[in-house]
Design a protein around this ligand. Structure first.
Ligand code: TXA
Ligand code: MG
Length: 338
């Protein structure tokens, strides 16, 4: 059931549910999360079961502040402290060494743990109310079934899970793509997943360059350190194909097949025939990120078989959007989807 996240009674009820080891879906400024108390392995197991996500994939633990973060960490490396100091509360997850015996299931058995302090007022109210009931952190992956597009509205969450799931409605997420993840548990910080924070902003706060990612993450062995880094992730049902501006125009000039939705920044010359769809992507990277997953869901729901998308610009502020687009497109070039 969906409850108004701005209603104090709903917050109290959801906090009690978390304390009792039940699942609660909560809004954050990035995407909606599917939460359980992080210190309760049985509660965390319900997340993996509901998502259909392998239990060795680590989850992010959401905390109210740096003091609660310290509870889950063996230590907070200086680079993690600098990043937290700059971006918390906000769309940044740090991976740090995990405190012994704490939140093992949430960490997917890793020796490290992902920590994030969200800025969304509903998430903060919930974390504060839960803390007063003894809950120091809430493990919450994105509230979608494994491999699907992350939800950015309460209705998206309701579409994915059983009707009895308690969902706090906090409106449409302001940022729309998942947090930037920086692994601070190694000798050098590694950007595991880009978000809306630019690499330059992260490096300025970190005080050192960040290594980036994919090969690093892949080198860690068969269990990916971050499922969001699997190539085939964040996929709608429709097949996603990416085109540069000229290639898209060429394709459409030849034929705009029925069942094809086009999502482009450039205005199109032509209109498609019946049974096609057309959406304009905003020119602004933030605005594009904010609506991206909702648009993919809408086009899926409308019945599109394929979504042809104009590639995002190379500029740094588009890194997060480019990453999600290429993963959505990769899903259909690979045998296994995440
Ligand atoms: O914006 C977000 O980060 C959203 C909201 C709900 O906070 N959460 C989210 O969670 O995207 P999830 O589980 O879908 O993706 C989090 C990523 C996963 O790919 C997970 O494996 C990675 O963080 N992660 C968590 N703990 C980790 C660890 N100890 N080592 C490496 N990666 C970790
Ligand atoms: Mg996810």
């Amino acid at each position: 059931m969906v409850l108004d996240g701005h209603d104090p009674l709903a917050i109290a009820r959801a906090a009690q549910a978390l304390a009792d080891g039940e699942l609660v879906a909560l809004p954050t400024e990035t995407v909606y999360g599917l939460g359980a108390r992080a210190d309760d392995d049985a509660a965390v197991a319900k997340i993996f079961a509901a998502k259909g996500r392998p239990a060795d994939h680590p989850l992010i633990v959401h905390v109210l502040d740096a003091a609660d973060a310290a509870h889950f960490a063996a230590q907070l490396p200086p680079v993690a402290r600098r990043l937290m100091g700059t971006f918390w509360p906000g769309p940044l997850t740090v991976i740090v060494p995990r405190a012994a015996g704490v939140a093992a299931a949430a960490a997917g058995g890793q020796a490290s743990i992902g920590l994030r302090c969200p800025a969304h007022p509903v998430a903060r109210s919930l974390l504060a109310a839960a803390r007063s009931l003894g809950v120091r952190g809430v493990a919450a992956p994105s509230a979608n079934r494994f491999g699907r597009v992350s939800p950015t509205q309460a209705a998206h969450v309701a579409d994915e899970f059983e009707a009895d799931l308690l969902i706090l409605d906090g409106g449409a997420c302001e940022l729309g793509i998942e947090s930037s993840i920086v692994d601070c548990s190694r000798a050098r910080p590694v950007l595991l997943r880009p978000g809306v924070l630019t690499l330059a902003a992260l490096e300025a706060a970190a005080g050192e360059p960040l290594t980036s990612t994919e090969n690093e993450a892949a080198n860690d062995g068969p269990a990916p350190r971050a499922p969001g880094t699997l190539a085939a992730h964040y996929a709608p049902r429709a097949t996603v194909r990416l085109f540069d501006t000229a290639a898209l125009a060429d394709m459409l000039a030849k034929q705009w097949p029925p069942g094809v939705a086009v999502y482009s920044r450039t205005a199109l010359q032509a209109c498609g025939p019946d049974g096609t769809w057309q959406r304009r992507m905003p020119d602004d990277a933030r605005a594009a990120a904010q609506e991206l997953f909702a648009v993919l869901r809408e086009l899926d729901a409308a019945g599109a078989q394929q979504i042809w998308i104009e590639s995002a610009p190379q500029a740094a502020e588009w890194d997060g959007v480019r990453d999600r687009l290429s993963r959505a497109a990769a899903a259909f070039n690979e045998p296994v989807s995440g």
